[in-house]
Design a protein around this ligand. Structure first.
Ligand SMILES: [Zn+2]
Ligand SMILES: [Zn+2]
Length: 167
């Protein structure tokens, strides 16, 4: 890869849009469940988090897809996400591994909802900042810290668990 900035090195198995999540069903929020929605509200979902927190990703792919310096994520079992309304579209790109990575997003407003990697076949990566209550959740870790932009360096002091790098 010509680009030396970090990219997600991910592979993906065959997956069809929607199959992971079963039939559309409305139900009340249970314990540790958070309602999520895209910007236009056409796609809504429920995500179950064991801990309400963000893990920040500084990889170049997240920067390009989201337009911000990092993304806010959590890796959860795929069963932890239930799509309530709408049907996310799929964008497939080639990761540094040479294998495809699938990103699921709202086809109307382009909000990036989650993605799937075959290296973790039972897991998905959800965008935690799109959940209700997301802005109040703490950031507790970060990945691809080598891609952290210089002007977000203060994040290191604010992260609340052991993933921060010592200087
Ligand atoms: Zn939308
Ligand atoms: Zn990333």
């Amino acid at each position: 890869m010509a680009n030396k900035l970090p990219r997600e090195d991910s592979v993906v198995v065959d997956i069809k849009d929607g199959i992971l999540f079963g039939p559309t069903a409305k139900r009340p929020l249970g314990e540790n469940e958070y309602l999520g929605s895209c910007h236009c509200n056409s796609v809504t979902w429920i995500a179950k988090l064991d801990v309400a927190e963000h893990v920040l990703c500084h990889c170049r792919t997240c920067q390009q897809l989201g337009g911000g310096p990092y993304s806010c994520n959590q890796i959860v079992p795929k069963e932890a996400l239930k799509i309530l309304t709408g049907s996310p579209k799929v964008y497939t790109y080639t990761g540094a591994s040479g294998k495809p990575v699938q990103c699921f997003y709202c086809g109307n407003c382009t909000s990036h909802i989650y993605h799937y990697q075959a290296v973790m076949p039972d897991k998905i990566i959800i965008r935690t900042l799109l959940l209700n209550g997301g802005p109040e959740m703490p950031a507790t870790g970060e990945i691809f810290g080598e891609g952290r932009l210089n002007w977000v360096r203060e994040l290191q002091e604010n992260l609340t668990n052991g993933t921060k790098k010592s200087k």
